[in-house]
Design a protein around this ligand. Sequence first.
Ligand SMILES: [Zn+2]
Length: 253
Amino acid sequence: MLAWSGTEDGLVRAFTDRSGGVSQGVYDGLNLGGHVGDDPERVRANRELVEQATGLRLVLADQVHGAEVLHVTDEVLRREPSPTGGVGTADAMVTDLPGLGLGVLVADCTPVLLHDLDVPLVGVAHAGRPGMLAGVVPALVAAMRDLGAGRLEATVGPSVCGRCYEVPAQMRDQAADAAPAAVAVSWTGTPAIDVAAGVVAQLTAAQVPLTWVPGCAREDRRWYSHRRDGVTGRFAGVVGRAPTARAVAASDV
Ligand SMILES: [Zn+2]
């Protein structure tokens, strides 16, 4: 269910794996992606399992490999969700509302969680190769600082590693221009890209300290991997702040 999680001072951070879910076939396990061809009822059940495990209402957006940041407010939540349950179209979200678990869906791409130590802001970003090149993580950092964040910290989750992400040389050179740290070599010695290393370099350049949760989605079958399996499910990175103590007590009754 939760491959890695941390809870301290009401902050909840988690990365799911494929264990403990109800999906079957190529989606076997805890598939949280509603856009990959899985049975919508099973996806909904899996999302509810994550909500129970985290104690947060899961909030997802429709991801398009861009750099837009969606500020999740009460008004946004009142809108009709998309057919796959998204509250909007964005690859990054930020909120100061307690009780929400902002989530990104990945199967090789890098999930990034952000929280602030001064104000109750949390943010999440989905950074694949296009998102890393477009700067979705620096855009999220800037948006959170505009909203008052003073001491951001990041948690970078499992993703495909650089050795497993072979690309044409031209694509690697393009990445090198935008993020030199992303240049990698595959297991067979061919050009490759390390998207997570590029994201980590972007966070470091933005002076955001980080925790990097290890793991390669392609090598470790605990996670969904598009590179390994093609049609498959999605796991998630989730961040939020627990509902107020009073609300928790009410929902526990
Ligand atoms: Zn790998």
